[in-house]
Design a protein around this ligand. Structure first.
Ligand SMILES: C[S@@+](CC[C@H](N)C(=O)[O-])C[C@H]1O[C@@H](n2cnc3c(N)ncnc32)[C@H](O)[C@@H]1O
Length: 236
């Protein structure tokens, strides 16, 4: 792919400030998960993006994040934290090893649009959960984007000291949610500097439950602070 960055990687440096402006605080999320998942001894984050949740984990444990977008992983890898590393990998071939908790946050698996491909991705990632361990999957697209055709604006101050704004507009195309993002530096009338489109598959809760219906799993539900519903599957 040469030096070309994906559209997502081009705004990855803004991810943390942008999420904070939306009330999605990685410190709160990591603290909540650590308690709710029983203080795991190691964690794997599938589709980790820029790695904010792992970087803010409240305890000094082994953490591995992976994502299939090399540009996003490059941004994550700039975090120099002990016992934390990031890899480029697809959900179908996660990093080797077993983990006491495996995470998939912010609807990461719903970026796999095809049901069978998503099922195979889950099976591969489930295989990394140690016996007695948990798989925590945040469900649902970002609720902010679920009001088509109303645009949702988020404003934050970037590390460049400038004010930035992002316009998010979701439309449904044949059942898939297409979310168009436009980034402005300055006010809404300033030129669009970056654009990105995310395609997300809204997946019914029953589909998720079916993937954990095997007797080796027990399923519970919770909520990510500032985010979506959380399915927690515990492996016997
Ligand atoms: C909405 S972002 C969530 C990022 C991060 N989990 C968070 O909570 O901020 C979804 C991430 O899933 C990644 N992703 C999508 N499909 C993937 C796949 N097949 N394998 C690995 N990562 C994938 C994307 O590159 C993106 O970084």
């Amino acid at each position: 792919m040469g030096n070309e960055l994906s559209a997502h990687a081009q705004w990855a440096n803004h991810a943390e400030a942008l999420y904070a402006a939306k009330g999605r605080d990685p410190v709160a999320i990591a603290g909540h998960l650590d308690q709710r998942l029983g203080q795991p001894s190691n964690v794997l984050d599938a589709g980790c993006g820029t790695g904010g949740v792992l970087a803010h984990w409240p305890r000094d444990i082994d953490r591995v994040g992976f994502d299939h977008d090399p540009g996003v992983v490059q941004v994550a890898a700039k975090r120099e934290t002990a016992r934390l590393r990031f890899e480029v990998a697809d959900f179908t071939t996660p990093p080797e090893g077993t983990f006491h908790s495996v995470l998939a946050l912010f609807a990461a698996f719903q970026y796999v649009l095809d049901d069978e491909q998503r099922r195979l991705s889950l099976v591969a990632t489930q295989s990394r959960v140690a016996p007695g361990g948990t798989f925590a999957v945040e469900l649902g697209p970002d609720p902010d984007t679920l009001r088509p055709p109303k645009a949702v604006w988020t404003r934050w101050r970037g590390s460049d000291g400038q004010w930035w704004m992002r316009r998010a507009m979701a439309t449904k195309i044949e059942g898939t949610l297409s979310i168009q993002f436009a980034f402005h530096r300055g006010g809404p009338a300033s030129p669009v500097l970056l654009q990105d489109t995310h395609l997300i598959q809204p997946v019914p809760r029953d589909w998720w439950l079916a993937q954990f219906s095997d007797a080796s799993w027990t399923v519970d539900f919770d909520q990510i602070p500032g985010g979506g519903p959380l399915l927690i599957a515990t492996r016997r």
